[in-house]
Design a protein around this ligand. Sequence first.
Ligand SMILES: Cc1ncc(COP(=O)(O)O)c(C=O)c1O
Length: 376
Amino acid sequence: MELFDVYSLYDIEPVSGKGSHVFTADGTEYLDLYGGHAVISIGHAHPKYVKAVSDQVGRLGFYSNSVQNSLQKRLAEKLGKASGYPDYSLFLCNSGAEANENAMKLASFTTGRSKILAFGKAFHGRTSGAVAATDNPNIQAPFNRTENVVFVPLNDSEAMRKALATKEFAGVIIEGIQGVSGIHEPTEEFLRELSEECKKTGTLLILDEIQSGYGRSGKFFAHQYSGIRPDIITCAKGIANGFPCGAVLISPEIPAKKGMLGTTFGGNHLACAAAIAVLDVMEEENLVENAAEVGEYLISELRKIPGVKDVRGRGLMIGLEVEGFTGSDLRKRLLFDHHIFTGGAGQYTVRLLPALSLSKEDADRFLTEFKKAITA
Ligand SMILES: Cc1ncc(COP(=O)(O)O)c(C=O)c1O
């Protein structure tokens, strides 16, 4: 059997990792400024994570959501504390798209309305509702296209107000920082206006923090820079450092009803053990603060480099564009000539999404190699 050929692959295979470094089978080392697409939060093969997951799989890897699972309760308590949302409740699932799918469903169940407002260039995942709210017709099948999703430009207050005034929308979905579009932020003022407008019109505000959350922006959630409190927040990626896991954080104003949401694998024992270990390590090693500090350092140093046209983002979620390079050319050069993994977005943007534990030394190594790469 062949693999279904949907990915453009680099001809390289990491087989092990340690912190912000990965290694191929012949022992060649690479600096990982990509984190496997913003997924590696506490670093590769963190010993506490390895022990927690290994111990759990040796005890009980899985049982269904028809019995008590105290690991889920422990995770909810820790996540509530770490995120600043101890009064919210938690629904666990398996991926980012699934988290958004459930968030939009919940908004619709709660309000009785059927429409979702989304923003230009948004990416919310590949499942049917999530991809319908993604502003990219190339990845929507005819089956996914629906009049229930309406797009307005990001940061366009007038268009947003006009749409919500119809009171037809169950929810608005917005990324804390747009990732796939190439690192574009809603302004703090726009988020505050959006939150107010949602309250006025009975629309639920869904913050997609799948890429920008879990410490990546230098705060636990990127929207926390604006001081708003959304009705629903979605997480995935860094939540379990690579073990598949998604989460929906739900305001106490939204009532649960037996059977309204559900999943076979979501919240399983292994995912919970992995996610608890991530929160423990994030707390013990002050990783949110590290993301803020090392991120600020990287952003300010990158802005000083001649030839760098634009640097966008916060914390360790950074997009940059360089004079004379497409994103894909620069990424290839960084990977094959300088042994550094980075991410891409659109034609010109290179994305940096390293582990939140990235050290200042590794940031300096990146800066040195990056300068060589763009002047070679
Ligand atoms: C903001 C955002 N939302 C949703 C998703 C979808 O997550 P997943 O690939 O886990 O379904 C992504 C993935 O890149 C994302 O960046």
